[in-house]
Design a protein around this ligand. Structure first.
Ligand SMILES: [Zn+2]
Ligand SMILES: [Zn+2]
Ligand SMILES: [Zn+2]
Ligand SMILES: [Zn+2]
Length: 1034
């Protein structure tokens, strides 16, 4: 019904006799005969129809008498009208600004008037990291709620009713949705109210209530009763308002009197039926409303009976109303308290019983500690090891006892529990391997053009790494194999499945949590080292670092012979590939992702790189969030790393020893002179953590002969770890030192062991380099320590996974300062806490080594500024800074000129969030060739900038686009919100937009934690694409 129709009806009702008006209404609804008792039918359909018509008619009367929010009909302003609309919208549910605007009618100039009223009726609730800002109705506005508000659609009506009933129940009040008190009519319309007390009106209601009270079920419906009750309420409210306004004699509105008198002689008055309905079980849902109406009768009766000053009435009867409500409230409270007391009693009984049980079975409980202490004494036989256990050292002859092994794992597919043991069925861990540039210190550096040679040395800029993630779910290898094949077969037939998962690359969804995976890592049991501490000590007295280096070079020289007989390592590499393919076909997909096919020969190296990047990015993430090294790592992250380290450690057994031995020699040559190895990079050109892992995992290969399978003893392993770490730490310190540019003079703080050792080191270094760096006279001890810290953190993670020795508990705490953290890390890694002490401990060897390190031609080049130097600690990569005000970006975009074309066509400027470059997307002018395929500017850029992963902001559309691999992408809301806490996709609303830092941080984390691919897969799964977007053309 249109608003103007309502006004027309109201005009008619105000001019006519109310009885006459209602008679005409009855006729129009063809209900006249029904209410006149001249008509009866047994036909269910006809009865249903009559009921429907009655409902409609009652609704119409509610509207005519109640809807007064039109300027001229009552004394309301336009603002009041808008306010009422907003209140009723918010009574349905809290709403966002945009949906409010959409639901409100607009005036001639397309304004809704929302701004002027919204703050009066609602409270703004700020949005979280997702979702949008919401307006919530103020409490005091709730009483304006009219369940029969005429602008509600049918679903809105039932939603609002439900919401308000729910709210009232939560507040502990009754469920009666009373009609609100409407504003009084203007004098010209004041006659309308007499509709609510004319004889026909009373008659209609009486008939309806009668049918209900006599419970003739096909003659009445619940909505009918609900509306009739609403009308009674409206009438009583009107009477009450009039009685309050003037003295009893002047009031001609007499609904309550008529309702009680008419037909009372036969016990058939409206009031009588209403009272009867109270006890009807079929009207239980309306009971609260009936009760409220009966109370209102009381109130009006009191008002009529009492004489005297009007003011006192209103106080009195509102008190009366309150007192009735209070009674009900008190009743509810009493019940709740009784229930609570009952609960407490039961709890007390339970605990008493428990105590009794413990008392009576005291003997049993006392025995428990005794038996365990007996086993303790047994354990304390080798108590000499106890202090070693507690020392928590992961490296070297003091190495503690391995405490963590894989606990029994439950296969998520067959639900069977399985120990991780050498002889048991193999278990695998889900994993997702992807390329990453999160750690790069040199964004945009193109990948090495030499396809086919995976670099032996990771350059210190970490330009492109490989990230391995895992959701931490474990399966039997055989169960996984079956699942994987089944998934491959079923997905192949799905529409656009290739957009969600890349079957060719072996992708699949984790069967339990649906996260995207593309490989598995086998779980390999941790081998606890059985170190004999006494013999380790004896060995230590003779095996100095110098001796160790000599032994290593001898060993390598000895092995060189075997390599020569192997002709070339190329052949050995082929063997390795063959071996790998045969023995571990089910794990083939691991580590092959993101690495060229020909790299299989260097698979060990690759897995080492994986370990590196995994721990590096873990550490990066932790530092970003300011979390402690251990303790805050999620279990799945640590177990993923552990699985990877153990797998890599075991992998060497499966590969050609000669290849690994050669690699070891090449890597070691960076640190110490190794015979016959040339062209080794200088210490400024390698990443030392990568080198540490590479050397550490490949050193056991030195012990193997072609025919005999030998393993290094526990003691020699310990010393290998120790000396490698010592050498690498020293070289890394020198690297940090040479790379630092803010060399402050130590000057006055010359005392203390640390400063002294540092000064000594500097004097040695300057002998070899001061000619190159004139003017630099000292260096910052703190700077070096800061620079070395990330290396030590990663090393600690690595050794924790390799040896299984638990780290000192303090490292799990959050309160550690960098200073004390360094101290703890050093003790865990068996390094002196004064790192400069290392150079003094190994003085005789190190002096010559420093000379060798510094005299590399690359270093003099670098120091002259002819080569880029990476500074330490590495800078942490973040997304670019976005302006607070979105119009800045729009402005920037409007000045954007495509580099390749000059036509005036509208372009799609798109901002790379990783590096900040503005690209010309979706346009043929800027397409590029990528691996022989025509792709859009964004895809081409993402391949270089993010190793295939891209995060772009489409400026004109105000939308983020996530990209991963060439064909997959998904839109994502931009981190810009308007004042109402909402995003504005496509800039359709045009409100000023401001950056939401929390949301931007969420995007940053998504990128840092390598969740972009995951997010895309998830959103595509939800969208269920029908018409795939050609992401590669973006
Ligand atoms: Zn299984
Ligand atoms: Zn999972
Ligand atoms: Zn970029
Ligand atoms: Zn272009």
């Amino acid at each position: 019904m249109f608003d103007k129709d309502v006004i027309m009806l109201q005009i008619a009702a105000s001019k006519m006799d109310p009885n006459h008006f209602l008679m005409l209404v009855l006729l129009r609804f063809e209900l006249f005969d029904i209410f006149n008792d001249n008509c009866s039918s047994k036909d269910q359909e006809v009865l249903k129809q009559w009921n429907r018509l009655t409902e409609e008619m009652l609704y119409l009367i509610i509207i005519i008498a109640g809807e007064r929010y039109v300027p001229g009909i009552s004394h309301v302003t336009k603002e009041d009208v808008t306010m009422r609309e907003v209140i009723h919208l918010l009574c349905i549910e809290p709403m966002a600004h945009s949906s409010l605007v959409k639901s409100l009618p607009e005036n001639e100039s397309h304004e809704t008037g929302l701004e002027t009223v919204i703050s009066k009726v609602a409270i703004f609730k700020k949005p979280g990291v997702s979702g949008h800002g919401l307006y919530e109705l103020k409490k005091e506005c709730l009483e304006e709620f009219n369940p029969f508000f005429y602008h509600y659609s049918r679903p809105q009506h039932s939603k609002a009713e439900e919401a308000q009933k729910k709210r009232r129940t939560q507040e502990g009040s009754d469920k009666a949705l009373r009609p609100p008190v409407p504003p009084p009519f203007c004098p010209a319309f004041s006659n309308i109210v007499y509709l609510l007390c004319c004889d026909i009106f009373i008659h209609i209601l009486k008939r309806i209530f009668q049918k209900a009270a006599e419970d003739r079920s096909n003659r009445w419906t619940e909505p009918m009763i609900q509306r009739a009750l609403h009308l009674v309420g409206q009438a009583l409210l009107e009477e009450k308002t009039q009685l309050e306004g003037s003295s009893t004699e002047e009031v001609t509105f007499d609904f309550s009197l008529k309702a009680q008198k008419t037909g009372s002689r036969h016990g058939k008055s409206l009031f009588h039926f209403l009272t009867k309905m109270k006890s009807l079980p079929s009207l239980k849902a309306q009971n609260d409303m009936i009760m409220w109406n009966l109370q209102m009768f009381e109130v009006v009766k009191c008002l009529r009976e009492k004489s005297g000053p009007v003011a006192s009435f209103s106080v009195d009867h509102s008190k009366l109303e309150e007192s009735v409500q209070d009674k009900e409230k008190a009743e509810r409270k009493r019940k709740a308290e009784a229930a609570k007391a009952h609960r407490q009693k039961i709890m007390a009984q339970m605990s008493a019983m428990q105590k009794n049980f413990i008392e009576s079975n005291k003997m049993l409980y006392d025995n428990v500690p005794e038996s365990s202490s007996q086993s303790d004494t047994a354990a304390s036989v080798d108590s000499f090891r106890m202090d070693v256990d507690e020392s928590r050292v992961a490296v070297g002859p003091q190495q503690g006892v391995c405490s963590t092994d894989w606990e029994a794992q439950i296969c998520i597919l067959c639900q069977e529990e399985q120990e991780v043991q050498a002889q048991a069925p193999a278990m695998v861990l889900t994993a997702c391997v992807q390329r990453s540039t999160v750690l790069t210190q040199n964004r945009g550096k193109t990948l090495s053009p030499k396809v086919g040679t995976y670099p032996l040395f990771m350059p210190p800029d970490l330009a492109v790494g490989t990230h391995t993630g895992s959701c931490g779910h474990v399966m039997h290898a055989t169960c996984w194999q079956k699942y994987f094949e089944a998934v491959q077969n079923t997905t192949r037939n799905r529409l656009h499945a290739d957009l969600i998962i890349d079957l060719e690359n072996g992708e699949y969804m984790c069967p339990l949590c649906k996260s995207l995976c593309n490989t598995v890592i086998p779980l390999i049991p941790v081998e606890p080292s059985k170190l004999n501490y006494e013999s380790a000590e004896i060995v230590g007295q003779h095996l100095t670092l110098e001796r160790w280096i000599q032994i290593m070079s001898c060993r390598i020289r000895g092995l060189r012979g075997t390599w020569e007989t192997d002709n070339n390592s190329e052949k050995a590499a082929d063997e390795a590939t063959a071996l790998f393919d045969e023995s571990q076909a089910e794990f083939r997909s691991i580590l092959s992702f993101g690495v060229q096919e020909s790299c299989h020969s260097q698979i060990v190296l690759c897995s080492i790189i994986h370990v590196n990047d995994f721990s590096l990015s873990l550490d990066n993430m932790l530092q970003e969030e300011g979390k402690p090294l251990f303790g805050s790592l999620q279990n799945r992250q640590l177990s993923g790393l552990k699985a990877l380290v153990q797998f890599s450690a075991a992998q060497r057994l499966k590969s050609s020893q000669a290849v690994i031995q050669k690699h070891f020699a090449d890597m070691l040559a960076v640190l110490v002179p190794v015979p016959n190895v040339e062209n080794t990079p200088s210490i400024l050109e390698v990443d030392f953590f990568h080198l540490l892992v590479g050397l550490d995992l490949s050193i056991p290969a030195l012990y193997q002969e072609a025919a005999v399978d030998l393993q290094p003893s526990a003691v020699s392993s310990a010393y290998n770890h120790l000396y490698l770490l010592h050498l690498l730490t020293m070289a890394h310190m020198l690297q940090v030192l040479l790379a630092s540019h803010d060399c402050a003079v130590i000057g006055g703080r010359g005392e203390g062991d640390e400063a002294q050792a540092a000064a000594e080191l500097f004097s040695i270094v300057s002998q070899h380099t001061d000619r190159l760096r004139a003017g630099v006279t000292g260096f910052c001890v703190e700077g070096v320590k800061r620079g070395v810290l990330p290396f030590l953190r990663c090393a600690a993670l690595f050794f924790n996974c390799l040896t299984g020795v638990p780290p000192p508990e303090e490292l799990s705490g959050t309160t550690e300062s960098p200073e004390s953290q360094l101290h703890l890390l050093c003790s865990y890694l068996s390094l002196p806490s004064n790192l400069f002490q290392l150079f003094q401990d190994h003085r005789d060897v190190v002096t010559t080594l420093i000379k060798r390190w510094c005299e590399n031609t690359a270093i003099s080049k670098a120091l002259k500024g002819e080569m880029q130097i990476i500074r330490y600690p590495h800078k942490r990569n973040r997304l670019i800074d976005l302006p607070e005000d979105y119009s800045v970006l729009l402005n920037q975009a409007s000045h954007f000129k495509c580099p390749n074309s000059s036509d005036d066509e509208r372009k799609h400027p798109t901002l790379c969030l990783l590096c900040g470059v503005m690209l010309c997307a979706q346009s043929p002018c800027c397409q590029e060739q990528l691996n022989g395929e025509e792709v859009g500017a964004c895809t081409a850029h993402a391949a270089i900038c993010g190793a295939g992963v891209g995060m772009f902001l489409r400026v004109r559309e105000c939308e983020i686009v996530l990209m991963a691999s060439k064909t997959r992408g998904s839109p994502y809301p931009a981190p810009y919100l308007d004042d109402y806490g909402e995003t504005d996709p496509q800039l359709g609303r045009g409100n000023p937009l401001h950056l939401c830092p929390e949301r931007y941080r969420k995007l940053l984390h998504m990128w840092q934690q390598h969740c972009v691919l995951e997010e895309i897969a998830r959103s595509l799964e939800v969208l269920n694409v029908m018409f795939p977007f050609e992401w590669q053309m973006l």
